[in-house]
Structures are given as C-alpha cells and as structure tokens.
Design a protein around this ligand. Structure first.
Ligand code: ADP
Ligand code: 5GP
Length: 210
C-alpha cells in the first residue's frame, strides 16, 4: 500500500560542473521518476536536443511565458534565462509521480518558498580544482563563460545550508547511490506521510482497493 499519494518534488542543484546532469541521467536509468525539461534562452550545445535537454526559446518568447505565468520558477543564470514549465510538474505530482527539477540555486530557493515540502539536495564537487577541471573537460564553455561559472561557484556553495541534504560527487556511483537512499528514506518520513497515516478513512479505502 502506498502511503504517499502525491509525488515527491526532488530539487537537485549546485554549481555548474558539479555533476548534476550526469547524476540525474544515472538516477533516471533505473528509477521511476519524471524529470522536468526546462526552458532556456541559452544556445544549444553540440548534441543537445530541443524538448529533451531544454526548450530553447528566444528572449521574447521567454518573457511572454513569464507574463503568462507559465513558470513554476525562473531565474537569470550566468547571463541567460532558465525556467521550469509549471503545468506539467503540477500534473505529474498530482498523479503521484516523483518529479526531479535540476535547477540553479536561485530557482531552488524560489521553489522552497512556495513548496517547502520538496526535497532539496545540493551537489558539491570534491574540490574547486576538480570543479574547474570538469567544466573544462566538458568542453561546453568559452573561456569567459567558464570563468563566470567558476567564480559563481564560490558564492553558490554558501547556500548549501538552505538545503535538506548535501552530496559530494566524488565517485559518481557512490553519489548516485546516496541520492537514491535519500529519496527512499524521505518517502518513509513520518512527517511527510502522517496526514495519510492518520486518516482512518483513507486507510480503509486503500485496503479495500489494494
Ligand atoms: P552540471 O550538470 O552540474 O553542470 P555535468 O553533469 O555536466 O555538471 O558534469 C560536468 C562534467 O563533469 C561532465 O563532463 C561530466 O562527465 C563530468 N563528471 C560528472 N560527474 C563526475 C564524477 N563523479 N567524476 C568525474 N567526472 C564527472
Ligand atoms: P547549463 O547552461 O549548464 O545547462 O545550466 C546552467 C545552470 O542553470 C545550471 O545550474 C542548471 O541547473 C540551471 N538550470 C537549468 N534549468 C533551470 C531552470 O529551469 N531554472 C533554474 N532556475 N535554473 C535552471
């Protein structure tokens, strides 16, 4: 019997290059989760696919969506706009699906203001040196963008205290296992499920329907 009917909103953030995207891809391979595809005004990188990695929008298109209240949150990150389309996330959570948002720190804090029951996980690099190496190795940034991202990381790391959990992405498999354990534990949290546990009517209904 499932005690939690509403899906869990899992917010994964941390500095650029910490490994958020890599970790999310691994988690999605074997877990029944839904990841939100964000909209952005940044240009696609080699190999990025529209609707799969991002919805790539012009600035005007993005602003139109802001004005139409289409975003759960949005932020300007490293000189471009990024936002989480709202309706699909709400629909999935209401359907009982667990949803991952891989978003920056400003966005995560906005989500926390309106949806404190989310699970907020911060991904840390093993060291600043390794963070820089990873961004360079990814080969996705110009020298300028690399430095913007790297300098921002020093400030961003201070926000770790606003999160529920912090995971150092040293060995990838270990980091992925830790996040899976956090999600599993969180779904058994009494705080999270107590409204369901103590609803006698609901328990009877569930037992009859199991
Ligand atoms: P983010 O999404 O946080 O910006 P990425 O997932 O794109 O970061 O990872 C940045 C780079 O670091 C990529 O080239 C990725 O292959 C590499 N990477 C990610 N995790 C690890 C790890 N645990 N060990 C070594 N390299 C990693
Ligand atoms: P990148 O350009 O490397 O794909 O992403 C840059 C940063 O934007 C990353 O920290 C990433 O997590 C964040 N990001 C991606 N999508 C969103 C989103 O929808 N909202 C917010 N606030 N940040 C996002």
């Amino acid at each position: 019997m499932e005690l939690n009917k509403k899906g869990l909103l899992i917010v994964i953030s941390g500095p650029s290059g910490a490994g958020k995207g890599t970790i999310c891809k691994e988690i999605l391979k074997k877990n029944d989760l839904w990841i939100s595809v964000s909209a952005t005004t940044r240009s696609p990188r080699d190999g990025e696919v529209e609707g799969e990695n991002y919805y790539f929008l012009t600035k005007d298109e993005f602003i139109k969506k802001i004005n139409e209240d289409d975003f759960l949150e949005y932020a300007e990150v490293y000189g471009n706009y990024y936002g989480t389309p709202k309706s699909k996330v709400i629909e999935k959570l209401n359907d009982g699906k667990d949803v991952i948002l891989e978003i920056d720190i400003q966005g995560a804090l906005k989500v926390k203001e309106n949806y404190a029951e989310g699970l907020f996980i911060f991904i840390l690099p093993p060291s600043m040196e390794e963070l820089k190496n990873r961004i360079i190795k990814r080969g996705s940034e110009t020298q300028e963008s690399l430095m913007t991202r790297f300098k921002s990381a020093y400030k961003e790391i201070n926000y770790v205290s606003k999160y529920n959990y912090a995971v150092v992405n040293d060995d990838l498999n270990t980091a992925v296992e830790k996040i899976k354990s956090i999600i599993t534990a969180e779904k058994c949290s009494v705080e999270r499920i107590k409204n369901n546990i103590f609803s006698k009517e609901r328990l009877i209904h569930e037992q009859l329907n199991d």
